[in-house]
Structure formats: structure tokens, C-alpha cells
Design a protein around this ligand. Structure first.
Ligand code: SAM
Length: 230
């Protein structure tokens, strides 16, 4: 059974998707999608041989070799130009996913949807989407096995659309749609983060000469979170 986290990513693929799953590991996501949609096809990319072997085994166990191509390589370099229509990258840090997108920009010309699930620092991806003219069109937050995950969906389009005047920093950090929806999981994530920031501030203030820049930054983060956490 697929994790709730990857199921959420799969939910945002259209029927008949032809997508690349980068950092596919066991290829659970492409197998799930192709088993549920006989018209779907995928490329499963892996930079490491071990995970690629696992992907190949998984794909073979479902006899999906003719619809899921497993390829060894770095990020989007496994793709031909104009090959796939969607890209998924899940289970890595936001900055790593951003670098994969940035380094593989020339492979994104045919891509009409990017779905990412950063384990940390979704902000770096929201920024990348803005800088590269992608419109953030949906966000999800969910909890599974004690972890909280975010899923971001973007399409080529007006990058400013979901953001509000004067709220950019807050929305880049917390997510414009997630802020609006304000779910219990969202509250939990940022309540915990507020607690951590308050603790760190306390630690910094105990130093003989607290770093003023650091204090200012963390105080501003705390103020922002206090506006949000109920
Ligand atoms: N996507 C799966 C998931 O969400 O469950 C697997 C996540 S796993 C933690 C990250 C995978 O990405 C590893 O198998 C790793 O080898 C692969 N990876 C890391 N950097 C990569 C890159 N630049 N290109 C392709 N794969 C990469």
C-alpha cells in the first residue's frame, strides 16, 4: 500500500499522465499510478544504483516495464527534451529539489505540471516557482507516522497569482493556500515551530553578547508565527 504522502502526490497527476518521477527509489509512485490508470506512463529516475535496482524489481514485479522506464542519472538529465508532461519529486529537502529543477530547466519545456513534496524548506521551492514563472496552484499538508509533509503543485503561469500584497514573506514561508485553509495539521506544524523558535531565542539571549542580527531575525519569525498560530 502506498503512503498517504505519495498518494497525495499521485492525486495531482491527470489521467493519462506521462510523467518523470525523479529520485524514485522503489518506484512505488509510478507503479501505483500506472496500476490505477492503464493510460499512464512514467520515467523513474534515480541517481544511485541501489535504489534504481529496487525500482527495476518493483516495476518488473507488476510487469510494468513497457510503461515505466527506469533510468540511472542525475535529476532531469535522464530525460530527453520535450519528453514528459509532468514531473514529480518527493521525499527530499526543498533546496535539493530546487537544484534538480534549476539544473534541468531545459527539460521542463514540455512539462505542464510539477508536483513536489519537500521534506523541509518548502519556501525555497515557492521562491523558485516565482523566479521561473510557475504559478503555485495547490498545496496540501498532511501528517503520517508522526511526520508532517507538504505537497506543492505548480504550472507554467502567472507566478504572483496566489500571493497577497504585503504578505509575500509570510506566504512564501507558510504557503498561501495552506494559510488560507488553516487546517489542524497546519496549526500543529507551526505551533511546534513557534515553540522551537522561542526556545532557540531563549538560548541565544543567554549568551554574554547575543548576536543582534540573529535575535532580530528569530524575533521577526516568532512575530509572524504568533499572528498565525491559534
Ligand atoms: N521519491 C521517493 C519517496 O518520496 O518516497 C524516494 C525518496 S528517497 C528519500 C530520495 C531518493 O532520491 C533516493 O533514492 C536518492 O538516491 C534519490 N536522489 C537524490 N538526489 C537525486 C538526484 N539528483 N537525481 C535523482 N535521484 C536523486
Amino acid at each position: 500500500q502506498l503512503s498517504k504522502r505519495l498518494e497525495k502526490v499521485a492525486d495531482y497527476l491527470p489521467e493519462g499522465a506521462y510523467f518523470a518521477d525523479i529520485g524514485s527509489d522503489h518506484a512505488y509512485l509510478p507503479c501505483y499510478v500506472c496500476l490505477n490508470d492503464p493510460t499512464a506512463k512514467a520515467v523513474a529516475g534515480e541517481v544511485n544504483q541501489g535504489p534504481l535496482d529496487s525500482a527495476r524489481e518493483e516495476v518488473a514485479s507488476h510487469q510494468l516495464q513497457n510503461r515505466i522506464d527506469t533510468r540511472l542519472g542525475n535529476g532531469l538529465a535522464v530525460l530527453e527534451k520535450d519528453e514528459v508532461n509532468q514531473v514529480t519529486v518527493a521525499g527530499m529537502g526543498g533546496p535539493l529539489i530546487r537544484d534538480i529543477l534549476e539544473q534541468g530547466k531545459d527539460k521542463l519545456t514540455s512539462v505542464n505540471r510539477i508536483i513536489v513534496q519537500p521534506n523541509i524548506d518548502a519556501r525555497s521551492l515557492r521562491r523558485w516557482f516565482i523566479n521561473n514563472k510557475y504559478k503555485l496552484c495547490a498545496e496540501e499538508i498532511l501528517e503520517e507516522n508522526g511526520h508532517i509533509y507538504e505537497v506543492l503543485v505548480a504550472e507554467p503561469g502567472n507566478p504572483g497569482e496566489p500571493y497577497s500584497e504585503g504578505q509575500l514573506e509570510k506566504e512564501l514561508w507558510l504557503g498561501p493556500y495552506l494559510l488560507q485553509t488553516n487546517s489542524a495539521v497546519f496549526q500543529k506544524k507551526w505551533r511546534e515551530e513557534l515553540g522551537k523558535k522561542q526556545y532557540v531565542l531563549g538560548q541565544i539571549m543567554q549568551a554574554a553578547t547575543p548576536d543582534e542580527e540573529k535575535v532580530k531575525q528569530i524575533q521577526s519569525d516568532i512575530d509572524m508565527l504568533k499572528e498565525v498560530v491559534q
